[in-house]
Design a binder for this molecule. Sequence first.
Ligand code: SF4
Length: 340
Amino acid sequence: MGAMTATPVSRPAERRILLAAPRGYCAGVDRAVIAVEQALEQYGAPVYVRHEIVHNKYVVRSLEQKGAIFVDEATDVPPGEIVIFSAHGVAPTVHEEAERGALATIDATCPLVTKVHKEAIRFAKDDYDILLIGHEGHEEVIGTSGEAPDHITLVDGPEDVPNVEVRDPDKVVWLSQTTLSVDETMETVEALQGRYPNLLSPPSDDICYATQNRQTAIKMVAAESDLVLVVGSKNSSNSVRLVETALNHGASAGHLVDNASEIDEAWLDGVTTIGLSSGASVPEVLIDGVLEWLRERGWEGLEVVQPVKEHMTFSLPKELRRDLRAEAAEKRKQHAEDAG
Ligand code: SF4
């Protein structure tokens, strides 16, 4: 009998999913969505919402089913009704329109967007030229620019820097949209500093903690992933930035999907590690759907990659808190009368 030779067994590489954390809902989105739900509960349907409360199709549809009506402008709301302003913030002219329509307003602007509005107002008052780094047409940029239209110039990325014109190169400050790519924004700032050496920086980061944390986590995940899937809607700035960040930090491929039904099975060919994350306006149920979809196709191994923990929460818009308190006081009074 001849010597036996071992036949090499080719084992499939182990497949795994790297789940980025933090991901999904940030404190500003959570607050805005709860504000609409709370308003519906407190005042009954319909409650009007100017623009998408947050940039996510699933969230908008769910709120519509509960009785929210989404409109393009405050002028589309019938007089005397309640209108909620979205997390992205609005220009002062929108508040004026609401006042003219005798609308009751609930402002669900994220407090971190409000912070940028206040910076814009302050620097405009000090007569600075404000270079607002952001994406043209984005609702947040429109809202912030509306605070000081005569002082703000939009700078849409480093390639826009040569076009910038200011009155006094020694009296210029930059601010930014809250949901940008940290890396690309710094590139733009460096290009601006090249032109304006005395360019002033904002007193604190305008790119918000949630955007930064989600980008930090996806960078770690991307470095080990063949494919990165980001759950989020196409008009969600921070979700789009997550795909770009993944592609710039090692992922061979990256796709933005609204939900599991948009994943193309062909993307998984030859892939052994999938990175997964979601934008700041995405509820966890959509990530669960993607994990389920992958499990059904044999993707079992799951590792969570969490470089940073989040603890941020924001209280509800003051209009709701005020009414909530009044309602609670009324109920207490009624209870005392009934008991007496
Ligand atoms: S992404 Fe940041 S700025 Fe936007 S709503 Fe969330 S916490 Fe606020």
